[in-house]
Design a binder for this molecule. Structure first.
Ligand code: ADP
Length: 447
């Protein structure tokens, strides 16, 4: 096992990894930007080292500085968290070239899944059902129009290099294609430096269901059921739960096995998430994320496992500490993502926290790097906390969420907490009757 792990991230996820390290008796090294010198992850780690100026590109994405930080501190492995360098195959190669361990999958698996066309092809070959669409990239507008005719509108034009909901445009009819195709391409070029796009049938009422998988890198794979992340704004998740309110045990066993078998066949190492759209009882693969997800705690809650601990074990060449048969669902868990943003405008509002009080009690987990007097810097994303609740069943989890939100105090900045109070007033949230469009429709109708 490693003696010392460097965490190439910030905020709540850096704390999450430090906590796992501490429980395993492993020393932790935090890296930080100049702006984050007073951040909680810096205070909580055993050691901390500045890797560059404020901008993420100069610090948390600065590969040379991060590798140097390992050399200076003697850290043997790097945990990338999510975002930043977590899905950067070149970084993995550089890490390994320096004799260090990347806590995550191989560079090859990351690049396969990072290119969405290759990912879809690979998924298909591994027996995973995919959304019908173009065979590979679509070179020009004429080809795009032909695909629209063949598959029937609506369709969605998506960036091959996509992520974070960017470079995605819907064409409802043939008349929209020219604009959708052009905009998706230029957005993709601007965001990812690659304007290749592909086209899929646009599903009109799906839920977003994703399967948590784990591979030990030795040809064994398991699944930890699904998360329902259908409540989204601009293709970004805001409320996630496990198990999915509409997934039957039979469906879970079927799609879970398909994914676990795929992971085993790939010889995949570490945590991964296979994302699907789910409509009329059918699953359609959209992408695979080769990292720990923001919403991983809901899975941890219902299975009682520590996914970061498993990532570290597998990276050290140890077996998973559970088999598929050991995994049993216990109760229901919900996570809400709390951002330092206005509501309902969703405009970022960094600033100083005058008072912070985290909720507690049975079945409540608050993953956050906030503290009294902390100043949220304006350079990074606006997630300031994840409130995760667990109950014996869904109604209990919802009641607990309501109770815990009432205890939470974040003074000094605006947050998206009012969004969740408002959602908990909605009958559809209590019945679980929502799809990926529900939240935007509800926002349009009410705000
Ligand atoms: P990203 O990598 O940018 O997050 P994804 O491919 O994971 O992109 O898609 C993100 C979200 O966009 C999905 O959860 C869903 O809401 C929507 N979406 C993507 N593909 C489709 C599709 N074919 N039909 C309908 N909605 C889609």
């Amino acid at each position: 096992m490693f003696d010392k792990i460097l965490i190439a991230n910030r905020g709540e996820i850096a704390l999450r990894v430090i906590r796992a390290c501490r429980e395993m008796g492993i020393k932790s090294v935090a890296v930080h930007s100049t702006a984050d010198a007073d951040a909680m992850h810096v205070r909580m780690a055993d050691e901390a080292i500045c890797v560059g100026p404020n901008a993420g590109t100069d610090s948390y994405l600065n590969m040379a500085s991060i590798i140097a930080a390992c050399e200076v501190t003697g850290a043997q492995a790097i945990h990338p968290g999510y975002g930043f360098l977590s899905e950067n195959a070149r970084f993995v190669e550089i890490v390994e070239d320096h004799g260090l361990t990347f806590i995550g999958p191989s560079a090859a698996d990351i690049s396969t899944m990072g290119d969405k066309i290759t990912a879809k092809d690979t998924a298909k070959k591994l027996g995973i059902p995919v959304v019908p669409g173009s065979e590979g990239g679509v070179p020009d507008l004429a080809a795009a129009k032909k695909i629209g005719e063949d598959f029937g509108y609506p369709v969605i034009v998506k960036a091959t290099a996509g992520g974070g909901g960017r470079g995605m445009k819907v064409a409802l009819t043939a008349d929209d294609m020219e604009e959708a195709f052009g905009t998706a391409r230029s957005e993709a070029k601007a965001a990812f430096g690659n304007d290749e796009v592909y086209i899929e049938k646009y599903l009109t009422t799906p839920r977003h269901i994703e399967i948590q998988v784990f591979g030990d890198g030795q040809g064994n794979g398991v699944h930890l059921g699904e998360r329902d992340c259908s409540l989204q704004r601009r293709h970004q998740k805001v409320f996630e739960e496990a198990p999915g309110p509409c997934i039957t045990p039979e469906e879970r066993a079927y799609i879970g096995k398909v994914c676990a078998d795929a992971v085993a066949e790939m010889g995949y190492r570490g945590a991964g998430t296979v994302e699907f759209l789910y409509e009329n009882g059918e699953f359609y693969f959209i992408e695979m994320n080769t990292r720990l997800q923001v919403e991983h705690p809901v899975t941890e809650s219902i299975f009682g496992v520590d996914l970061v601990r498993e990532q570290i074990r597998v990276a050290a060449g140890m077996p998973l500490s559970f088999t598929q048969d050991d995994l049993e669902i216990n109760g229901h868990s919900i996570e809400v993502r709390i951002n330092a943003e206005t509501f309902p405008g969703f405009a970022p509002r960094p600033g100083k926290i005058s008072h912070y009080h985290a909720p507690g009690g049975l079945g409540v987990r608050m993953d956050s790097a906030l503290y009294d007097g902390y100043s949220i810097p304006p350079y990074y994303d606006s997630l300031i906390g994840k409130l995760i609740v667990h109950g014996r069943d869904r109604p209990e989890a919802l009641a607990r969420l309501h109770r815990a939100l009432g205890e939470l105090i974040v003074d000094g900045v605006e947050t998206t907490v009012p969004l969740f109070h408002a959602l908990l007033e909605e009958a559809d949230i209590h019945s679980g009757d929502y799809n990926i469009h529900w939240l935007e429709k509800w926002l349009d109708a009410n705000y």
